[in-house]
Design a protein around this ligand. Structure first.
Ligand code: XMP
Length: 509
């Protein structure tokens, strides 16, 4: 029903980012595999198609490719990086390995008579990442950008509505990158921009109503952004036909269980809170290995949920907070598993229900937040930073005890409070404390101490796949450090984590 752009994925690392940028321009898009058939693409009736980058070389035999028919559909196509080379390769140009490869920020010159660069400056930095280059333009194309080492940094064939950029406009470091994509969408594809969260909210409410009818819906609410927005949406759609089960595993941040409960007090839903802290701690006793912790928590969560669900009796629908990155990631299928992420994916085997409702399935995280705002959900739930399903269990290194949980909760609360006081809470995308379980010697008053070392972690990131450590000013760190050692017993040393991701990950376990 909306204007649609298809992002054809050739294995590039930025495929999600491209889709997000397109949506930021108010145009709906979906990521599809490059193996999608031409018939299917035609049936979707897209306004435009974007080829993503990818790690291969177009001239090698087994590299991902696509039928040339795609260029005959009369639908504008934009190729990015590998996608640009593939377009050149398939339309009669030539791609070779360059003697000089380009990586990172590169000064680029643009021909502003080109559609992609309309109303933009003639010079600017772009983000390059390539070894191959287009050595001969295909017939009918003109080069519309170049750099010192790359004669075809962008190309277009206005008549056939085929466009390419060798660099990555979707990456923040490309100046005016989003405007270039916008030019493709609005100038080349003729999009009007009909994708907004306010219109989506009503569409989603209506389609949930239609699907659910007078059936009962069950939701595992974690208090995270996705499940909270989902609860708000379902509550607006079907009111108290919805039951939310909130399993408090006792590994939440300080006071968080009460806050989540309070946030839903005025909503039209059945809200069930299960305080299962003791149950979880008993099962985690003596367990040190991170993956084992995750597994135990995942399993126990399902058991607690199942026990509660049984009390409710049959339900018709199970609601899940799946969002678009999960859909794209599970479609890609060959990424290495670094950490198994705990979510409610295992539930369908254990609870008796007829069908699943997943109204957030097509949304990116920032869209989920916007939807939350549209629905009138409490600000602090909408803007909550990500919190891992296994909670503090993976922020206490080694074995977990009730005492350690309490220490970490107190220290983490002070850290968060001071970051908020310093008005840094929107700039740092995720920040938390880790109890390292390592002890060291210190001195307090005239006494020797032998206590825990606490680590602080703060990162800036746009996608949580890569991250940089946050540059928290020293005076803020000083205040945090002095408050924690003074106010929280058993901590006598504090360190700040200065690694980025990669090579580290955001969480310590
Ligand atoms: P890492 O540590 O993999 O974290 O760099 C990336 C993001 O994912 C969150 N995270 C998790 N979320 N269950 C979750 O629901 C998990 O097991 C889990 N592990 C990490 C992490 O907080 C960060 O935002």
């Amino acid at each position: 029903m909306h204007e649609l752009i298809i992002v054809l994925d050739f294995g590039g690392q930025y495929n999600q980012l491209i889709a997000r940028r397109v949506r930021e321009c108010n145009v709906y898009c979906e990521v599809k595999s490059y193996k999608t058939s031409i018939e299917e693409i035609k049936a979707l009736n897209p306004k435009g198609i974007i080829f993503t980058g990818g790690p291969n070389s177009v001239y090698l035999e087994d590299s991902p490719t696509i039928s040339k028919e795609i260029f005959e559909l009369g639908v504008p196509v934009l190729g990015l990086c590998y996608g640009c080379q593939l377009m050149a390769h398939l339309t009669g140009g030539k791609v070779d390995c360059a003697s000089v490869s380009e990586f990172g920020k590169t000064e680029t010159n643009f021909d502003t008579s080109g559609v992609l660069f309309k109303d933009l400056p003639e010079k600017g930095n772009t983000w390059m990442s390539h070894v191959d280059y287009i050595s001969k333009l295909p017939e009918g194309f003109k080069a519309t950008a170049y750099t010192a080492d790359c004669p075809v940094a962008a190309m277009e064939n206005e008549e056939r509505k085929l466009y390419g950029m060798q660099y990555h406009p979707e990456v923040m470091h490309t100046e005016n990158g989003t405007k270039m994509l916008r030019n493709f969408l609005y100038e080349a594809c003729g999009c009007k921009g009909d994708w907004t969260m306010s219109s989506y909210a009503q569409t989603a409410i209506n389609s949930v109503r239609e699907k659910v009818g007078d059936g009962k819906v069950l939701l595992a609410l974690s208090g995270g952004v996705d499940s909270s927005v989902l609860a708000a949406l379902l509550s607006k759609a079907v009111g108290n036909q919805l039951t939310c089960i909130f399993v408090d595993h006792g590994l939440m941040r300080k006071n968080e269980g009460d806050e989540v409960e309070a946030a839903f007090a005025d909503w039209d839903v059945n809200f069930v809170r299960v305080n299962a802290g003791e149950r979880f701690l008993a099962r985690l006793k003596g367990v040190e290995e991170p993956e084992a912790k995750r597994k135990i928590i995942g399993e126990e969560f399902i058991r607690v949920f199942e026990d509660e669900a049984k009390k409710i009796g049959t339900v018709d629908f199970l609601a899940q907070g799946t969002i678009y990155p999960d859909v794209i990631e599970s479609g890609a299928g060959d990424a290495a598993v670094i950490k198994s992420h705990h979510n409610v994916g295992g539930l369908p085997d254990y609870v008796d229900f007829k069908d699943i409702v997943e109204p957030l399935r097509l949304l990116f995280k920032d869209e989920v937040r916007q939807l939350g705002v549209e629905l009138g959900l409490a600000d602090y739930l909408v803007w909550r930073q990500p919190f891992p399903g296994p909670g503090l269990a993976i922020r206490i290194i080694g074995d977990i005890t009730e005492e350690k949980v309490a220490i970490l909760q107190d220290a983490d609360a002070i850290f968060r409070e001071e970051i908020a006081n310093a008005k840094l809470d929107r700039d740092i995308n995720q920040y938390f404390a880790v109890l390292t379980s390592m002890r060291s010697v210190g001195v307090m008053g005239d006494f020797r101490t032998y206590d825990y070392t606490l680590a602080l972690r703060g990162v800036t990131t746009s996608d949580f796949m890569t991250a940089d450590f946050a540059r928290i000013p020293y005076d803020v760190l000083e205040k945090i450090s002095s408050r924690i050692v003074n106010e929280v017993k058993s901590i006598n040393r504090i360190v700040y984590d200065i690694t980025s991701k990669p090579p580290s990950t955001i969480e310590w376990e």
